[in-house]
Write a protein that binds this ligand. Structure first.
Ligand code: TYD
Length: 133
């Protein structure tokens, strides 16, 4: 499974903690889009898609959730529960996210503008495109 967990640099002092993220630096690509998810209903599963080109860093600045990653061969679950730790994933990974804690905020930094044509929303199509099944 190709993914990376990145620990962001924390600038902490007696007042508290601050994380600053710059594109092409702390974030290994130019950030073209930021979106975030909050007010999530309980027991829902979001995501359920893959991308053809997009690269993303995903983290929970508040609360926690589970990220399920599937590359067509294996399926793993990563718990995002640290406001200073980002999950870096590229294309060709099927992702689902669930088990949102109360008040959870999921923040996503993306390498491209929104483009529905970059989405693969059907799992069998994903399997065919990734593994030529
Ligand atoms: P959706 O893909 O269902 O979200 P998730 O992957 O979390 O399940 O997106 C919900 C709606 O928001 C859908 O109509 C597409 C739209 N959307 C945008 O307009 N821009 C964006 O950057 C994103 C991520 C979604």
């Amino acid at each position: 499974m190709e993914y990376e967990l990145i620990d962001f640099k924390i600038r902490g002092d007696e007042r508290g903690s601050l994380v600053a993220l710059e594109g092409n630096g702390d974030i290994p690509f130019e950030i073209k889009r930021v979106y975030y998810i909050f007010n999530t209903a309980q027991n829902v599963v979001r995501g359920c898609h893959s991308h053809r080109k997009l690269e993303q860093i995903i983290f929970c600045p508040h609360g926690s959730c589970d990220f399920i990653l599937d590359d067509g061969k294996e399926r793993i679950t990563i718990r995002l529960d640290k406001p200073y730790q980002g999950l870096h994933i590229k294309n060709s990974i099927w992702r689902e996210f669930t088990n949102f804690s109360d008040g959870c905020v999921v923040m996503v930094l993306a390498s491209e503008h929104y483009d529905e044509a970059d989405y693969i929303r059907d799992y069998q199509t994903f399997k065919k495109e990734v593994h030529h099944d």
